[in-house]
Design a protein around this ligand. Sequence first.
Ligand SMILES: [Fe+2]
Length: 397
Amino acid sequence: MSPSAIHTDPNEAIIASLTQQFKDKVGVGFTKNAVKDLPAPAVKRYQKYGVDLSKGYPERPTEIPVFLDEAYKVRGEGFEFTDRGINADPEKKALFGAAKEVINLTKYIGTEIVGLQLSELTNQQRDELARLIAERTVVFFRDQDLSPQKQLELGKYFGTPEVHPLVPHVPGLEGITVLWPHLQELDTGKASFKHPVGTAFWHTDLTHEYQPPGITHLHNDTIPDLGGDTIWVSGYGAYDKLSPAFQEFLDGKTAIYSSAHAYIDRNDPLKGPVHVEREHPLVRTHPVTGWKALFVNKKYTKRIVGLEPQESKAILDYLFSVFESNLDLQVRFNWKPTKPGVGTSALWDNRISQHFAVWDYEGTEPRHGTRVTSLAEKPFFDPNSKSQRQSLGLPLN
Ligand SMILES: [Fe+2]
């Protein structure tokens, strides 16, 4: 007798069947057919730092939420967080003094630090780096020899590393996510010029979390020779682009943010995919800089609370366009290291930015990386906070 045949309640049988289908679709445990495709630089890094690839690669969680009520229980409550940048030296003397070079890539977003290894930073330098990321939105370090273990340790220093209930991680190391577009090709079928994989769309990571991410650290150990850039855009700058009257309208409003992954409604299993949704301020204050940032993104911000659907859509579409069309708010970064055998790290602040991973290499070359996402405070709006330009004394028109 098959297990499904013992169900007397038809609803129970449907749920058992859907659970199995869900698990088959997202995958659980080690992925056996992908390890042979793992690019050589990633294999070399993992071997050097003792990551066991013998069971397969990557590893996916085995105890996974299938139903929406289970997904809501994943980090469904608040936890303590204090940003490491708050007490850091505003001049960042320990960090900048040790660097060979500090290069601002644009006027207000993006800084590259040359001549330092992230694995060797002192706590004082880490605090100053947290402050720099809060001010510059994204900070880059090329030529990094970085173990997954060290990357995870740094993420723990900055906050609580997000352990995703579904996505793949480095074997044996929960909290360090695998970002490998080729894996998506294996999962979903061949990608193409018209149907890119990876995250080739504007978004902010994990905005549905009860306490969404602050600093996110992506270390790419395998980088295409040409292309594969990432673009970041500033939420501080997007807020500053708005008129004072529109800023006043948005200040204090909240919006609904949806999860990337879909689950099943236990009470209505045939309803179709449902998402975790949480409400956050549309304009949020950064705890370190005290600056206001526009906290919306096209992929996951679904609606503004209190407005009619058409009003919400019109306003959100406009706000998304502010991020996308103002190139002076953006920085585009090519990850290529200056020498072989090392990778490049980007550390950005998800509270104040969106990003877009360009898939122009079209899978012709491998790109592989590991990401540690440090969850931060519950988003808040301080009505007394200022915008970046107000705070820096820059012209507002
Ligand atoms: Fe992302």
